[in-house]
Write a protein that binds this ligand. Structure first.
Ligand SMILES: Cc1cc2nc3c(=O)[nH]c(=O)nc-3n(C[C@H](O)[C@H](O)[C@H](O)COP(=O)(O)O)c2cc1C
Length: 210
């Protein structure tokens, strides 16, 4: 088994973190970089990522997530929040970034901008938000793998009240909707879940080889 896959096997949705252990700034920067490098449709990255270590906010997030203790004991809590108002202004800002990063005239990118505006504009408001939220799952996947690579534990979570989480983090004011939460830290020796065998579909059920 590759080291990468060994790390995927090592990781599990951590239910109990060791509240005394903290992620170093160096590791935190590596995790942020992994999120930043995530692929997204057209490269639009239609989301913001909040990184929370404030104990008071972590406790409030726990309450907003049916009391799931991971949120309080984790070293850091990452909240993925998709844009709820994805529009031409975000496309324009992305185009500006491409222009600056690659030294290309904005006008040369008109075709790409029009394409994105057409695709985004053709979606209903609800569908647009779902589409934006989908992109956060890719970033979450990268975060889980990057964390496992650093032997940092994590728990992907969508079991929370989005309204309450938005309230705790004042997200509505910024047209953001929380889609996913990932507490990060180090597993407690008391977390019996770590000893459970991984339950996955057998290859013959999961894959169709054509
Ligand atoms: C999108 C998503 C949402 C999840 N939500 C929760 C959650 O709210 N609370 C929780 O304890 N686990 C949550 N899980 C963890 C899954 O239950 C877990 O990943 C799955 O059972 C496989 O186990 P493993 O990750 O330990 O290998 C979630 C996982 C994903 C991918």
């Amino acid at each position: 088994m590759s080291t990468y896959n060994k790390n995927l096997k090592w990781r599990y949705a951590t239910k109990k973190f060791d509240a005394t252990k903290r992620i170093s700034e160096t590791d935190l920067e590596l995790l942020k970089e992994a999120i930043q490098l995530s692929a997204s449709s057209y490269g639009l990255q239609p989301y913001k990522v909040l990184i929370i270590s404030d104990p008071k906010i972590k406790s409030q997030l726990k309450v907003a997530a049916n009391g799931q203790q991971q949120l309080e004991d984790a070293s850091h809590v990452v909240v993925f929040a998709n844009l709820s108002d994805l529009s031409e202004k975000h496309v324009a800002s992305y185009i500006e970034n491409i222009s600056k990063t690659r030294g290309v005239e904005i006008q040369q990118l008109d075709g790409y901008a029009n394409l994105m505006n057409r695709v985004v504009g053709d979606l209903s408001e609800d569908a647009r938000e779902v589409w934006a939220a989908k992109q956060t799952y890719i970033a979450l996947g990268n975060l889980l793998s990057a964390a496992a690579d650093l032997k940092i534990d994590s728990c992907p979570m969508e079991g929370f009240d989005a309204e309450k989480v938005a309230e705790v983090l004042n997200l509505k004011e910024f047209n953001l909707t929380p889609s996913l939460i990932a507490p990060l830290g180090y597993r407690s020796t008391e977390d019996t879940t770590q000893h459970y065998d991984k339950v996955r579909k057998p290859e013959e059920e999961l894959f169709i080889t054509i």
